[in-house]
Design a protein around this ligand. Structure first.
Ligand code: SF4
Length: 413
């Protein structure tokens, strides 16, 4: 059982914030990359799933990492890397490690987590390699139920959103049937170990209708695979529906997106028009009464000249009612944000302080269970520093040092 000292927890937290805020570029001799995250953005997922470690082979977490092509405007801020094993000191491991382990200037070791994605659907169509984005860290398999959103219809979509890019650019169906989604999952299971399923996507006509559709797919997944399921919706207030959902779904995400209302109005015009922060609080309370404390998730995206004091107050208000908030560092890529540089760049100390406040609050209100046994994103946190900040806060507050609760396949540390 690995125990974390406060010093180690702080180093891991700082490394993670650096990687999440900057992303990386590959060494010059590498094949140029152009993956979905660098071209499409999105607040959380769609990066390359990697292990992070503090020595070769000593991995302590997984991350959804942005790898920028050298000609991307964000590449100037990214952490340059080299292939570990090419230096003189690693001569004896050269063959084994060459092109496998990346190393940043701050001695962060990065390795790609392998995933296999091959197979043929019953209709004869081959699984597309672009769907690799369905594999998120910690063996979380993601399904986007609806690849557009009611807010696009009014041109009031969230500015960071890229949900429709796959259907627009690559002709993916806007809504796959439940059977097709199940088939995707079964093909993934045949080639990879899966821990849990996250179900996200846009809102159909109403959040209630979306939640009902998610419920029907969750029932099918539970019947056929027994995987725990996590869903993400906009607020709704039908308690019977929430109760029924909680029988088939382990955790739920209802995202305010920003506690800084000035920012929220600017980046989420549609969601802001439909629901006030008070509505979110009401919905969170109802969700906690069905799913339990620590099983309801909120996110706060930063990168828009946000007011961190306001965000900390909001995080505390949510935690009091049993909601866990993650801070997501904006990943640019949508058309609306093309050319935008997130305001957190160069402010790593402030971002670290914000995270430390978050960690202390999550521990104080006992919404700090980030075990991989939890459904979907709440057992993953691969696109944020939530797990790392909880580890740090537990050590700093003397609430028991963090136990490395991952089965061996998640981390070798
Ligand atoms: S927390 Fe959720 S969205 Fe983020 S990487 Fe994990 S599964 Fe994906």
């Amino acid at each position: 059982m690995a125990l974390y000292s406060e010093k180690k927890a702080l180093k891991n937290l700082k490394d993670r914030i650096m990687l999440l805020s900057r992303g990386i570029t590959l060494p010059d001799i590498s094949i140029p990359v152009r993956h979905l995250q660098s071209s499409q953005g999105g607040p959380g997922p769609m990066g390359t799933v990697c292990y992070i470690g503090d020595a070769p082979g000593r991995r302590n977490s997984q991350i959804s990492l942005t790898i920028f092509p050298k000609d991307h405007y964000m590449a100037q801020y990214a952490l340059p890397t080299e292939w570990w094993g090419e230096g003189e000191e690693n001569k004896e491991n050269e063959q084994e490690n060459k092109k496998k382990v990346l190393l940043t200037g701050d001695n962060i070791f990065i390795e790609k987590v392998p995933s296999k994605w091959q197979g043929t659907f019953s209709n004869g169509r081959k699984v597309s390699s672009i769907s690799k984005t369905r594999f998120h860290p910690y063996r979380t398999f993601s399904l986007a139920l609806y690849r557009t959103c009611r807010h696009f219809e009014r041109n009031e979509q969230c500015k960071f959103c890229t949900i429709s890019s796959l259907s627009n650019k690559l002709n993916f169906p806007i809504r796959s049937t439940n059977q097709e989604n199940l088939e995707y999952l079964k093909i993934a299971m045949a080639n990879n170990p899966i821990r849990s399923v996250t179900m996200s996507g846009g809102t159909f006509d109403s959040p209630e209708k979306t939640a009902r559709e998610m419920l029907s797919l969750a029932k099918l997944i539970r019947k056929e695979t027994k995987f725990l399921v996590h869903i993400q919706t906009e607020p709704f207030f039908d308690k019977d529906l929430m109760k029924e959902l909680s029988e088939y779904v382990g955790t739920i995400g209802i995202f305010l997106e920003s506690f800084d209302e000035k920012v929220r109005r600017q980046i989420c015009p549609g969601k802001t028009r439909f629901n006030s922060p008070e509505n979110y609080l009401k919905c969170w309370e109802m969700a906690v009464s069905c799913f339990g404390r620590g099983n309801v998730w909120n996110t706060n995206i930063i990168g828009f000249d946000d007011d961190y004091d306001v965000i900390v107050k909001g995080i505390e208000k949510a935690a009091k009612v049993g909601v866990i908030t993650s801070i997501l560092l904006l990943r640019v890529g949508s058309k609306e944000l093309s050319g935008v540089t997130p305001s957190y760049i160069g402010k790593e100390d402030e971002v670290l302080k914000l995270h430390q406040e978050l960690g202390k609050i999550l521990v104080k209100y006992s919404v700090d269970n980030t075990s991989p046994k939890k459904a979907g994103c709440l057992g993953c946190y691969g696109c944020s520093a939530t797990k790392e900040v909880v580890k740090w806060a537990r050590s700093a507050l003397g609430k028991g040092r963090y136990e490395n609760d991952y089965p061996p396949f998640f981390a070798s540390a």
